[in-house]
Design a protein around this ligand. Structure first.
Ligand SMILES: Cc1cc2nc3c(=O)[nH]c(=O)nc-3n(C[C@H](O)[C@H](O)[C@H](O)COP(=O)(O)OP(=O)(O)OC[C@H]3O[C@@H](n4cnc5c(N)ncnc54)[C@H](O)[C@@H]3O)c2cc1C
Length: 493
């Protein structure tokens, strides 16, 4: 099969974002002719793949960087925003299960307590305040706090081994947390979509260029990486869900909104164990404070993972440096991405982020024994032979043009859309896959606003019953949708 000459919608990349957008669009209008291109032999092999990310269903239950302390007060606004975004994803996945479009939710989502764990008097004080502040929001009801060793031994036995009774420690625990295999979810979605008559999915097909045509259409140049044949085709709407390769494709489109962006690749590594004795003693995702200079996505955590029905523990991430923009990318990605439009932003971001540069150099030069000593902050008697070093996915931190600093590093997820609303792209990494449904609704609002309001609104409400409402202001709705997704996604808390 070869691509048709014309589609309504072209989605570049077979990760969680394209799969989510394609599923939504097909539900709204099954007649839309949709094509998905993936450059690798299978979908979900880059960032969305289970071992390439930490699988945290980011809900701000455990991530301390979403609740900064400002003048002695804990600001919970960002935490509420993140928690709401994940509730949108859970509602959408519940809809997919309820309609029978995908099945067996346990294959991609499982209950797993989310905990914050801190060391030392200052951080214990902060955690206590954070807990009190979050208790005022309906989104965080049920979060428990403890600073006595007896309770902590029950919550995290592996982490409490060999602690001194004088150690100042504290933790919060939220049993509604989740571990998500975003790769499995993506594959389930694409398997469902590729059987539809109106949808074509091509693997081994790399989109090389996206350029504007007359009448608001886009021309895509596509190369089959197996047969080396080339294809040109047209699409009315393009979504660039190409992960680390989104930047160069966005640049090829020439849209005004893409100018001044640069990218800085950060690779990652985990320490992983499948030793049943250790796994048995750790049933949570445990996040702590970041070290000075570390970017928010490098906050250390010790996580239970459930992948293909098997349990494992993962510790990290350790940041690394590679000039590739994708794990399966090219070492020339970074040098090729530098041009006269973004060089000022790149230089500015580097100059104003010296602590980050120092942090990365320190991380890159660590050997396994040094990484083990970081793990021993969490698991005092961790033994090197139990833990194996595994490569995580590649992230491309966005660098945005900034009037004052030249360029600024951005750590969030950013949706870039042109003013005509016929091309959109997703940049950035965090909070990432957890926000896939929320982020794709944002793309729909920006690009299909009228249709969403006039034709697709009822369907959207069926998919996401809380759409249009701020959950933090509707406690009764939170309980309702959480009960609904608990049942549909077979969560156990
Ligand atoms: C170390 C690490 C830890 C993370 N932890 C978490 C976490 O705990 N929770 C969370 O929610 N998120 C996490 N994330 C973020 C999350 O993994 C990403 O936000 C999400 O997977 C991005 O999905 P995507 O579809 O945009 O990109 P990807 O999954 O990377 O998919 C992009 C696809 O596009 C393909 N592609 C690229 N260029 C082309 C082209 N030209 N033509 C055709 N195909 C192309 C690629 O091969 C790839 O398959 C983490 C990420 C990393 C790297």
């Amino acid at each position: 099969m070869t691509p048709k000459p014309k589609y309504d919608i072209a989605l570049i990349g077979g990760g969680i974002m394209s799969a989510t957008l394609a599923a939504m669009l097909h539900e709204f209008d099954p007649k839309l002719k949709i094509v998905i291109f993936e450059r690798l032999g299978e979908v979900a092999k880059e960032s969305s793949s289970a071992w390439n990310n930490a699988g945290t269903g980011h809900s701000a239950f455990c991530e301390l960087n979403y609740t900064p302390e400002k003048e002695g007060k804990i600001d919970i606004k960002k935490a509420e925003y993140i928690a709401e975004q994940f509730e949108v994803s859970k509602q959408f996945w519940s809809y997919l299960i309820n309609k029978g479009l995908i099945d067996n939710p346990k294959e991609f989502i499982n209950s797993c307590s989310h905990m914050s764990f801190v060391f030392g008097e200052k951080d214990v004080e902060y955690l206590k305040k954070r807990h009190a502040a979050l208790q005022k929001s309906a989104l965080f009801q049920g979060m428990e706090y403890a600073d006595d060793h007896k309770t902590l031994e029950k919550w995290v036995p592996l982490m409490m081994q060999k602690r001194m009774s004088s150690d100042k420690l504290a933790a919060t625990k939220m049993d509604q947390g989740t571990d998500v295999d975003f790769g499995k979810l993506t594959s389930k979605l694409i398997d469902y979509l590729k059987d539809k008559e109106s949808i074509d999915v091509f693997t081994y097909h790399e989109v090389k260029d996206v350029s504007p045509m007359k009448k608001g259409e886009w021309k895509l140049k596509v190369k089959n990486r197996k047969t080396l044949t080339k294809h040109n085709l047209k699409a009315k709407f393009v979504f660039i869900g190409a992960g680390g390769y989104a930047l160069p494709l966005l640049d090829s489109s020439g849209i005004e909104e893409s100018k001044g962006y640069g990218g800085f690749p950060v690779s990652g590594q985990w320490l992983v164990t499948t030793n049943p004795e250790l796994v048995e003693k750790h049933n949570a995702k445990v996040y702590t404070q970041a070290t000075v200079g570390a970017p928010p996505m490098s906050v250390p955590h010790l996580d239970l993972r459930i992948i293909d029905g098997k349990k494992a523990l993962l510790f990290g991430p350790f940041a690394g440096f590679s000039t590739k923009f994708l794990k399966e990318g090219s070492y020339l990605d970074l040098p090729d991405s530098v041009n006269f439009k973004n060089i000022r932003s790149l230089f500015g971001a580097w100059w104003h982020n010296m602590p980050l540069t120092r942090y990365l150099i320190q991380q890159v030069t660590m050997n396994k024994s040094q990484r083990m000593s970081h793990l021993r902050d969490f698991v005092k008697d961790a033994k090197e032979e139990d833990w194996e070093l595994k490569h995580a996915g590649q992230r491309v931190q966005i660098i945005k043009r900034d009037r004052f600093e030249g360029g600024r590093l951005e750590f969030g997820t950013e949706v870039v859309v042109n003013k005509e609303g016929n091309i959109a792209s997703l940049l950035g990494a965090s909070p990432g896959a957890s926000t896939s449904a929320f982020a794709m609704i944002m793309v729909l609002e920006k690009c299909f606003g009228e249709k969403l309001k006039n034709e697709w609104h009822d369907k959207l409400l069926e998919m996401v019953p809380s759409y249009g409402k701020k959950l933090a202001e509707h406690p009764e709705l939170i309980n309702q949708i959480r009960e609904y997704s608990k049942e549909k996604l077979e969560l156990e808390y």
